[in-house]
Design a protein around this ligand. Structure first.
Ligand code: HEC
Ligand code: HEC
Length: 503
């Protein structure tokens, strides 16, 4: 009890400091606690934690950024590329949107810097829709006529590859093998998405068979700290889990399958559910600023479109007439590999300073007796086999992309608390993610999701409406842990959730 009160006072003091400095210095966050806290509160280590539990908790710069005035300025400029819309203007600030795009800004999918929310329909412009459509063939390979992230928006006279009025999203009820009932009698409900796309809604020729899944966004504060973990540490974790007998996606750890940086160096995957990205600098955000908006830059002087799409558009009579161009001219324009750069290198560096500079919100309430009880159970049940509590970062000497190298904040030798092994598992759920392999989602900061984003949904397609449902969807190598959770008395199950909300 005493601990809880001291902690409350600590947060009140922090809040007071924020209010005081707010008068002097815009909205400068307070990243230094007034009292010494155990290391576990420093979710992002000393250099990467923000003591801020307000609705802006996901948006704070790390102490590493705050230590440099220049970087703070770059952070602010970079932030605008995330928060503000790109336009279809051909020159000026944030110009260059299109000819096709998924959204006109990052924040459209990552509202409140979070991970989107469960939606009842797929419309690019619905607030909080952080879904990507994953369209695959009978072998679960991406349909090659569409981009891996298919667009539903286009600048006139072009048509989007998929017309979203033909996308149908339905939520279905699921009854698990326990009849949706805990041993103590409490019941729950589980739902999952079923998505179809009408063939006529596709403006590219589609294969005879295709199926659709949804992938929701992941929060990305603390991405720089994840980047600072050595590859060797991740490979050691893979070897440990292998020894333990877990079923893992072995192909990902064959060096020839590592992911190449601009300069040819290679790294095992650690970002995205699919582990498709090995560093932050060649990561989902660095790519998204190009392929979500189709805004070109010096090292991406082409559009994110397929040849099938360019062919379909170039043969469209209305487009030919409206643009006054021939089929060949339209095709060549869309497929050009030497378009002018719309985003300057300087702007891109600012964007990456912001991206690598986002702090993790500090943990909260860890001294609360219920939270402590929940933590004890989380460890006992074996959740930590995959949700590995802490890591220590390496020297964090990034090299790989000459444009940003040497310009970014660094996080060497930090003890951080992401609660993930950064490996993939198969949790065997109905209508599962493409291939069934899904990276263990870091749990840090997620307890602030409702505060920061207005939504508290979980799992790769947001099928879980709360922590309880998220745990109940666990199968595969996580089934034993789930069964231990099911067997807990209700007060302990609630304590586990309270712990998850605190980290
Ligand atoms: C169309 C919606 C959409 C937009 C717009 C979008 N994202 Fe994402 N983002 C996603 C989805 C979905 C995922 C998860 C994908 C996966 O794992 O395959 C994701 C994942 C990420 C991740 C990976 C986090 C991790 O832990 O692996 C980062 C970083 C990220 N996005 C940054 C950005 C940035 C920066 C922008 C803007 C330049 C952006 N996103 C725009 C949908 C979006
Ligand atoms: C075998 C590995 C494994 C074990 C053991 C495991 N998890 Fe997970 N967990 C995962 C994976 C993989 C995901 C992502 C699944 C998805 O999104 O489809 C996940 C997702 C979650 C999420 C949702 C995160 C989010 O916001 O989307 C929560 C909460 C969670 N796990 C809690 C637990 C708890 C509590 C336990 C112990 C009872 C546990 N997990 C045991 C692998 C595991």
């Amino acid at each position: 009890m005493k601990g809880k009160i001291t902690e409350k006072i600590m947060y009140m003091l922090c809040a007071l400091c924020i209010t005081l400095t707010a008068c002097k210095n815009d909205d400068a966050p307070i990243n230094t606690p007034v009292k010494e806290l155990s290391e576990e509160y420093y979710t992002g280590g000393q250099l990467g934690t923000a003591f801020n539990a307000t609705p802006f908790a996901y948006e704070q710069p790390t102490p590493a950024v705050e230590a440099s005035e220049t970087m703070m300025l770059q952070f602010k400029y970079g932030e605008a590329f995330f928060e503000n819309d790109f336009t279809t203007n051909t020159t000026g600030v944030r110009s260059g949107l299109g000819p096709v795009s998924l959204r006109s800004s990052c924040i459209d999918c990552h509202p409140g810097y979070g991970h989107g929310k469960r939606m009842e329909r797929y419309r690019a412009n619905d607030y909080g829709n952080g879904y990507l459509l994953v369209v695959t063939d009978e072998n679960d390979n991406y349909v090659s006529q569409l981009t891996g992230m298919p667009q539903t928006q286009a600048v006139y006279p072009y048509l989007p590859p998929i017309d979203e009025s033909g996308i149908h999203l339905e939520w279905k009820n699921h009854t698990d093998e326990y009849g949706n009932r805990f041993p103590d009698g409490e019941t729950y409900s589980l739902i999952y998405p079923e998505v179809t796309i009408d063939r006529e809604a596709c403006n590219v020729p589609m294969p005879a068979f295709y199926k659709v899944r949804l992938e929701a966004t992941i929060g990305f504060y603390g991405g720089g700290l994840i980047d600072a973990i050595d590859d060797d540490s991740i490979i050691a974790q893979y070897n440990r889990e292998k020894e333990r007998g877990f079923t893992l996606n072995d192909a990902k750890y064959l060096p020839e399958n590592y992911i190449a940086e601009v300069d040819g160096t290679r790294h095992p995957g650690r970002y995205t559910y699919g582990l498709s990205r090995g560093t932050l600098q060649n990561g989902p955000g660095a790519n998204a600023i190009w392929n979500i908006t189709n805004v070109t830059r010096s090292d991406r002087r082409k559009h994110y479109i397929t040849a099938a799409y360019a062919t379909a558009m170039s043969q469209n009579a209305n487009i030919q007439t409206t643009l006054g161009k021939t089929e060949q001219e339209i095709y060549n324009g869309l497929m050009s590999q030497d378009l002018p750069a719309e985003l300057s290198d300087e702007d891109y560096i600012d964007f990456m300073v912001w991206h690598r500079g986002l702090a993790v919100p500090a943990a909260r309430n860890l001294d609360d007796p219920t939270v402590k009880r929940g933590k004890e159970k989380f460890y006992e049940m074996g959740c930590i086999a995959c949700h590995r509590p802490s890591w220590t970062t390496g020297a964090d000497n990034y090299s790989g992309d000459p444009i940003v190298q040497g310009h970014l904040p660094r996080y060497p030798h930090q003890k951080i608390w992401p609660y993930s092994d950064f490996l993939q598992h198969r949790l065997d759920m109905v209508n599962n993610i493409r291939t069934g392999w899904c990276r263990t989602t870091p749990l840090w900061g997620r307890g602030l999701s409702e505060t920061c984003t207005g939504a508290g949904d979980h799992l790769h397609d947001m099928r879980a409406r709360n922590y309880n449902e998220a745990i109940l969807w666990h199968g595969g190598d996580a089934k034993t842990a789930k069964e231990k959770y099911r067997a807990l008395p209700k007060t302990d199950r609630d304590a586990v959730v309270k712990f998850l909300e605190s980290i």
